[in-house]
Design a protein around this ligand. Sequence first.
Ligand SMILES: *Cc1c(COP(=O)(O)O)cnc(C)c1O
Length: 395
Amino acid sequence: MSTFIGALSKIEAVEHGGVAEDNAAYSPPPMLVPVLPSLAVISPYLEQIDHCNIYSNNGPLNRAFCNELAKYIGGRISEPGSVVATTVSNGTAAIELALRARARQNSQFIMLPAYTFIATAHAVSNVGYKPLFIDVDPELLTVTPDIARAAISEKGEPAALVVVSPFGGPVDIRAWEIFEAETGIPIIFDLAAGITSIRSVSKQPICISLHATKTIGVGEGGAVISTDADLIARIQQIASFGFKADTRVSEIRGGNYRLSEYAAAIGLASLKTAPQKLSTLFEKARIYRRELHKVVGFQPGFGDEWVAMTMNVILHPDRVERTISALEQHRIPWRRWWSSGCHTHPAFAQAERATLTATDVVAYRTIALPFHVKMSDEQIARVSEIVRVSQEYPS
Ligand SMILES: *Cc1c(COP(=O)(O)O)cnc(C)c1O
């Protein structure tokens, strides 16, 4: 233990002693810095609004944004032409509308992982179902078909199942296509932060968030993507008072979940600037991966195949507390973005749950480190050094 403290105080000596005093530039990095396109990139799209006086209701900018979004995602899959997208007011609304379009009436429960952002649980409740929390895989941090089958034999068939991308990481869409074909249980994907990890698109709806803190941001916004054009048209209809296309006739129950033309303008600008933003995020992710190679666990493919606005690492279970204290001692921020799981929030404390063997451990071990496009290589090295020393010295 004395070696551990000795090693940590060496970092401290650098911060408070010679080097850091000479180099007053050192300041702890913020946790996350959202970066949306600048006014210069947005303004040509905004000017189009002045010319046509259409401000919402699936106007020209929205239609262009939906097409570009479908192309952007389609560009990375095998049948690009088949992808269809619609925009909605936010990512939570996207999940709600997808559930309203797909959930069955045979059960009052909808299954979802306990380990997700709390929005997923609210979305399930908001559409009139009860959340039934299920476990996640300890390495993939997501639900697998095997975990879902175990939960079904324990609790019975749900009306639908929401599969969540862990912090933007991949979910196996093909495997869930097979699962749905075999079980008949409708699958909805909450890929709110996972736009860069999409490698295939099925008929099953993929819900995306366009919040400022997600990779493609507009401030507040969301989208639903699928190869099922009828399903996307139906979701668009629910999002606009259930109106039959080009009429004032409300055919089905719905509400107002539309995205304004202003937000669509920012969306078009965001797609334009996405390659630059993503390449910087990939670059920062690779530095972290190199610095912390074999020191902590990373989500599969992070920094190589996909990237998101947050970076989460899986710590040695016996050295979590000491790593957190070391970070705090050095004024480095850290987060459990999904706290200890949805089931631990007061709003869902009474909710039904299957056996959650892995969730509690996963939620305890997984922490996010500061990660954003403005982080310097020195800041990444310093954060990594503190984590490395705390993780590597024997307990
Ligand atoms: C961000 C997020 C949401 C919610 O999206 P909003 O646009 O903020 O409503 C839902 N689920 C997950 C997993 C998220 O990360």
